[in-house]
Design a protein around this ligand. Sequence first.
Ligand SMILES: [Zn+2]
Length: 342
Amino acid sequence: MSKIIDIRNKMPRHRTKKVTRRQLNAIRFWVLHHSLTTSGSPEAFANYHINTNDWSIMAYHYVIMRDGTIYWCADHDIQTPHVGNSNRHSLGVCMVGDFRTQIPTKEQYEAALWLFQVHLPSVLPQSATIQGHSEMPGYAWKVCPAISMTQFRRDVQGSPISISNPSQTTFKQGDRGQGVAELQQLLNTIGFDVGTADGIYGVLTTQAVRNAQRVLSITVDGIAGPQTVAAIKKEEERMRQQLEQMSRELEQMKQTVAALNKDNLPVSVWAEEHWREARVNGYFDGKRPQANITRQEVAIVVNRLRSNFLALISKNSKDIGTQAEDIRNLEEQLKKIEAIGK
Ligand SMILES: [Zn+2]
């Protein structure tokens, strides 16, 4: 049995904006959201919606915490801003979590079922259609609440779907519930595609388990017992660590590239002495005093020195022959000398 904490009178309101009220029989949809945040509270959402978004009131009538606590945050006859044009005809329920990457906790999921199954029918004059946010007109683009609404509605209707009990350690084809959804999410993460983690252990999940068992060298039977689940979790952990390592390396590469772009690489140890001498002798023009330079800039200076040197030598030997011939001659000799230096 879930418990509801009524905080309707404690919720913050907008300083000036008034809320819009409606008849209870205007409510035709009960709309489920996720918060898109990994944590949160009615107060935090209210603060964001009212102070940042400048809305008259927090978006949801109910907020369901990760531990299964349900907060009742707004009177049903208040039109809260959660589904645009459909606000007037709907009620907003938000489960805390980012279900693109998380899944509802067992307690939370069961609390949501209880809310829709038992509580709402008992306090409202008529039943309504249960919808996910993305199923409401104009919101097909929205990834909310990012759980299977087909499954959720089926679970609310109490058809023969059992919510998996937390002590269940073996999952097989035909099983349903949060435990299965968790297993499916793990399988997807480690690259054995089961499609949407909808909590239904069907053919695809069986096939994915078989593939995982084959790769992880476990008896291939398509049944996720304790050994298989442990191996899958271990594989997920290994991949997570590998990803972290890769992202650390990527970060280092990014820093190196940034350093190159900023032209501030440290002077190489082997070049330090020459670098000092080149600066002392004024070979670097002083426009960027004490600044390190790129290899391209070094190449320009070296080539300038080289041609100055050739011209100088040729001028001194002017009386021996024509200058152009001298330079060609000297250049060839210099190339030979440079070849020895390689
Ligand atoms: Zn939503």
